[in-house]
Design a protein around this ligand. Structure first.
Ligand code: PXP
Length: 246
């Protein structure tokens, strides 16, 4: 029997709505208690270099107030690394970042950025922060993540969630193979990006999953049913996970 699949709720887009008007609401600090009450195992936020949604104050206050774990997504950027070392989230997920992108578009290129990532991973771990690397389900990227001694890889599910038909089947195969590779290397395996109630069923077929980080679809659904209900729906749907066991 595998442990229960964990749900990380990404609340970036609560902050997106606030920043759209430059108001003080909706406040991510009012969002997290509803997520916790509905069964979120962790809160995930992405502090982007351009501060388009989450602000430094949000991260600092979440760190003080959360009852569940805090997962901070961030680029390997000196200014943001300094904030992470000061705030000390439970986990940092290193992601690639480009200013013009709508959202994180690809996985981190651990292979080509190995030397640049090495000191950051070591400094974060030295401060007691677990390190996750957001990578495409590619064997070399996963192997180099293990070589970097990251605790976790988060497999990028965006390509699968955007695909249809045979292409979706191929992408799902890559995710399943990637999860097996990562697990065999001793890495904790998470997944995220683009997951919604429609794509979740297939995602639940990927073995060895520890945590799913889900944001946009939950906040979008919350517009109609409220945040607590939207998180509860996702949590309930995830309870069918068997971890690959039949
Ligand atoms: N995981 C990572 C590493 C991400 O960058 C994002 C997007 O911020 C997510 C999960 C959540 O993706 P979505 O908002 O599409 O559910």
């Amino acid at each position: 029997m595998s442990a229960q699949l964990k749900l990380g709720v990404n609340i970036d887009h609560v902050a997106t709505l606030r920043q759209a008007r430059g108001t003080t609401y909706p406040d991510p600090l009012d969002a997290f208690p509803l997520c916790e009450a509905a069964g979120a195992d962790q809160i995930t936020v992405h502090l982007r270099e351009d501060r388009r949604h989450i602000q430094d104050r949000d991260v600092r206050e979440l760190r003080k107030r959360l009852n569940v774990a805090l997962n901070l997504e961030m680029a390997n950027n000196a200014e943001i690394v300094a904030i992470a070392l000061e705030v000390k989230p439970d986990e940092v997920c290193l992601v690639p970042e480009r200013r013009q992108e709508l959202t994180t578009e690809g996985g981190l290129d651990v292979v080509s950025q190995f030397t640049a990532l090495q000191p950051t991973v070591a400094r974060l771990q030295g401060a007691g922060i677990r390190v996750s690397l957001f990578v495409a389900p590619d064997r070399r990227q996963i192997e180099q993540s293990a070589a970097l001694r990251a605790e976790t890889v988060e497999l990028h599910t965006g390509a699968f969630c955007d695909a249809q038909g045979p292409e979706a089947a191929r992408e799902l195969d890559l995710l399943m193979e990637g999860a097996r590779t990562a697990h065999a290397l001793g890495l904790t395996v998470n997944a995220g990006h683009g997951i919604n109630l429609a794509t979740l069923g297939a995602i639940l077929r990927i073995p060895h999953m520890d945590t799913l980080n889900i944001g946009h679809s939950i906040v979008a659904r919350a517009v109609f049913v409220g945040l607590r209900a939207a998180v509860s729906e996702m949590r309930a749907a995830m309870n069918a996970y068997t971890g690959g066991a039949v």
